[in-house]
Design a protein around this ligand. Structure first.
Ligand code: ADP
Length: 470
């Protein structure tokens, strides 16, 4: 089968969060199942691009209203990522250094999608058997294929749309409708949600199949989806929740080149000790005390606004270390920075994005805190498990599917509400577990054996594609 994934992120080329990890791993596992898997993303003017090689394959033009943009399709030829990656270059639009947060993001998303369709519609390209669109940045593709006359040769290609996060829907105001190529105007309602063009809603309506990244998140979306819950209930029969996997070849403590000492189950204690010691030396923490860490975007979905109070409460009443890695809301960043002075020697924070540091944290922290309010799947807890650190999580979204509480013969620490009180209570339970070193080590070894690789879920997606092609 020839599968085309379309996305704005793909690890290691461009990463903001879990979307990149998924699009950087699922295609690799599908390729290993003997399918021809291609990924198409925008061109980025970033470090990866400087360190890699590509060839130009095709040139075309996309029109957004009165503007014409020449585009080039480039293929990455080295390094080998385990699947083919194509990038779309458009000067001034798809050549940014970062992924999001540009004034012309709407134009960037639309131009990207039109260029993809223009290219696969050209004689130069092989038609894919299925197009898999990831998140709202590529959510217009199912509509465009179905209702734009010039793409009618693509109409038989099934489209799958995966919701990685329903909080972000990419609403576009109607004054940008003239960017769209001519389409059957009777179908305009398919683009609409709440008086806006809503790419996520359009994808839910027009794609052949909708998936999201965990079974429990799919259930939650029927009740709460940032305004799309009614639509998701209406389209329920074509929706499925498939748990994300992790790239367990890249995320492997035995071979991970980013961590300070590699280890496997048989030497987990000494391996993790070295990584923890490095973290504690580097961040002025106490290696003999339990270490709790948080990695992620500092936004309310992740419960990041709760962190300052959680830190105050925990460090005022218990003898632990806390380390935070993340960036996002500037008020939260400031509050987290301020606490450094009050709790010097037991608390530290790195504001920013640091892939390498995140790996060392997974390998060295005793507990990973995830006080999330919303967590579509959550990859951090799966990385933590693979590296032997124990997740402390809210029972929400994919966290509910992947972390079982120690009280139920499980291996993590769970609470029901994303609140300071619940998280603090969980931290106290975690300290009690840490103090029972025999049990703590038994759990560490147990969690490292859990298989969260893409092996199973990659196949579930293949089965969906096959059913649609039939
Ligand atoms: P998101 O909602 O942000 O996509 P996920 O749990 O799906 O959340 O994925 C988050 C990914 O981003 C993980 O690989 C995590 O390690 C990584 N990550 C998040 N913030 C940072 C950061 N500040 N530095 C390094 N890695 C980060």
């Amino acid at each position: 089968m020839n599968i085309l994934h379309t996305s704005f992120e793909c690890y290691p080329i461009a990463k903001v969060g879990g979307l990149a990890d998924v699009v950087g791993a699922l295609p690799k596992y599908q390729n290993q199942l003997d399918h021809e898997v291609n990924v198409i993303i925008p061109f980025y003017n970033n470090q990866f691009t400087k360190d890699s090689k590509r060839e130009s394959l095709y040139k075309g033009i996309v029109r957004l209203g009165e503007f014409s943009y020449p585009y080039t399709i480039k293929r990455i030829i080295s390094p080998d990522l385990g699947f083919k990656v194509f990038q779309i270059y458009i000067e001034g639009i798809l050549d940014t250094s970062d992924v999001y947060n540009y004034e012309n993001d709407t134009e960037r998303y639309i131009a990207f999608q039109l260029a993809i369709l223009d290219w696969i519609n050209s004689e130069d390209s092989v038609l894919p058997d299925v197009i898999h669109c990831h998140d709202h940045h590529t959510g217009l593709i199912p509509f465009l294929i179905a209702h734009v006359d010039s793409y009618k040769t693509l109409r038989e290609i099934p489209t799958v749309f995966t919701i990685h996060n329903a909080q972000y829907q990419g609403q576009i105001s109607y004054d940008k409708l003239h960017y769209f190529p001519d389409f059957d105007t009777k179908k305009i309602g398919l683009l609409d949600w709440d008086h806006h063009i809503n790419p996520m809603a359009a994808a839910i309506k027009c794609s052949w199949q909708v998936t999201t990244v965990s079974p429990n998140y799919m259930n939650e979306l029927q009740e709460k989806a940032n305004g799309l819950e009614g639509l998701l209930r209406h389209e329920k029969t074509k929706c499925a929740g498939i748990l994300n996997g992790i790239d367990s070849q890249n995320w492997n403590p035995e071979t991970d080149p980013m961590i300070k000492k590699n280890y496997k189950i048989t030497n987990v204690v000494s391996g993790r000790k070295t990584n923890k010691k490095w973290l504690c030396d580097h961040f002025n923490l106490k290696a003999e005390k339990p270490l709790f860490a948080f990695i992620g975007r500092l936004v309310s979905e992740k419960g990041a606004d709760l962190l300052p109070e959680i830190i105050e409460e925990s460090l005022s009443n218990t003898d632990i270390n806390i380390l935070i890695l993340g960036s996002g809301n500037s008020e939260t960043e400031e509050q987290l920075e301020l606490l450094k002075e009050k709790f010097t020697g037991r608390y530290n924070v790195f504001i920013g994005y640091d892939e390498k540091l995140s790996h060392i944290i997974y390998a060295g922290t005793d507990f990973l805190l995830m006080p999330s309010r919303v967590e579509p799947c959550g990859l951090n807890q799966m990385y933590a498990l693979r590296y032997g650190s124990i997740p402390v999580v809210t029972r929400t979204g994919g966290l509910k599917d992947t972390v079982m509480d120690i009280g139920d013969n499980g291996f993590g620490i769970c609470h029901d509400n994303a609140s300071v009180g619940d998280v603090y209570y969980s931290i106290k339970r975690a300290i009690a577990l840490y103090n029972d070193q025999k049990k703590f080590r038994e759990i560490q070894k147990r969690i490292m054996k859990i298989d969260h690789s893409w092996n199973q879920s990659a196949n579930q997606y293949i089965k969906i594609y096959e059913s649609l092609i039939q």
